[in-house]
Write a new protein. Structure first.
Length: 269
């Protein structure tokens, strides 16, 4: 028999502050609903394949291969950032100049944290790199605090030419192709388009409560107090506040707990 209290999407049947629950069904009814949803999921997958096929057929535009970036050894060119590979994916990391680590971009921290293993990209002749929109000296200390290992450059000197007509200061994901000594831009996206870097949201979307963010279409009683960092929302009602030291991007908390310094000042290292 279906649990009518849970089916309403309201609070738990025991009257606690726990989140609402889906309706309860027997196995046959559950599998029938999953099968109906699976039809839509497969159509979504096929449409994604079709969009990717169209993306591969976009024209490309030439970019000045000599544009200057700053890396660990000083000035380098956009061409050199390919590291000899044919393709380059660059994430343009937002940067709040002169601000401490807690004030650095929450979304950029969220997405960059999830890019860890680059060997699969490299095996397809693709280099992945972060092009920070702030200075190298300041932002590299943030990279080191976070423990990231991907190639990291400052693109501050060339942003107006690398992102022509786009909103500088906003995060972007840009794909490039190298043809000899020439560089071409083949695709770019921004905002939710950079979710291509993410697996956490993709996994959350499979769960009953989803991302738990306020914009989602969820039943009444579903938890929706989160952002991608929880800096504004605070802890969920059913967890102790001590478990969520708010005020900074989530991924920073474990780094602090491990004893790493988040001092971004020039004399901190």
């Amino acid at each position: 028999m279906q649990d009518e209290s849970a089916a309403s999407g309201g609070p738990a049947a025991d009257g606690s502050d726990a989140p609402g629950r889906p309706a309860v069904a027997d196995r046959a009814a559950f599998e029938a609903e999953v099968d109906r949803l699976r039809t839509r999921e497969k159509a979504h997958t096929r449409e994604g394949d079709a969009i990717a096929a169209a993306r591969r057929r976009l024209p490309m535009v030439e970019v000045d291969a000599s544009l200057t970036l700053t890396g660990p050894s000083g000035a380098v060119t956009l061409l050199e950032a390919f590291e000899g590979r044919r393709q380059l994916i660059a994430y343009y990391f937002m940067w709040n100049r002169g601000h401490p680590a807690p004030d650095q971009c929450e979304g950029c921290t969220y997405y960059t944290t999830q890019v860890a293993e680059l060997s699969h990209l490299n095996s397809r002749d693709i280099t992945y790199a972060v092009f920070c929109q702030g200075s190298y000296d300041e932002s590299i200390r943030y990279r080191n605090f976070m423990g990231w290992e991907m190639p990291w450059y400052s693109a501050a000197e060339s942003l107006d030419k690398l992102l022509p007509g786009r909103q500088i200061g906003l995060f972007h994901l840009v794909c490039y192709l190298r043809d000899g000594d020439r560089v071409f831009e083949t695709y770019w996206t921004k905002r939710r388009g950079v979710e291509a870097m993410d697996y956490s949201y993709a996994l959350m979307d499979l769960t009953v409560y989803g991302r738990q963010e306020s914009w989602e279409d969820s039943p009444a009683g579903w938890p929706q107090r989160c952002t991608n960092t929880r800096t504004d929302a605070g802890p969920p009602a059913w967890t102790p506040a001590s478990a969520w030291p708010g005020g900074r991007p989530i991924a920073q908390w474990s780094r602090l707990a491990a004893g790493r310094s988040d001092d971004l000042a020039r004399n901190s290292q």
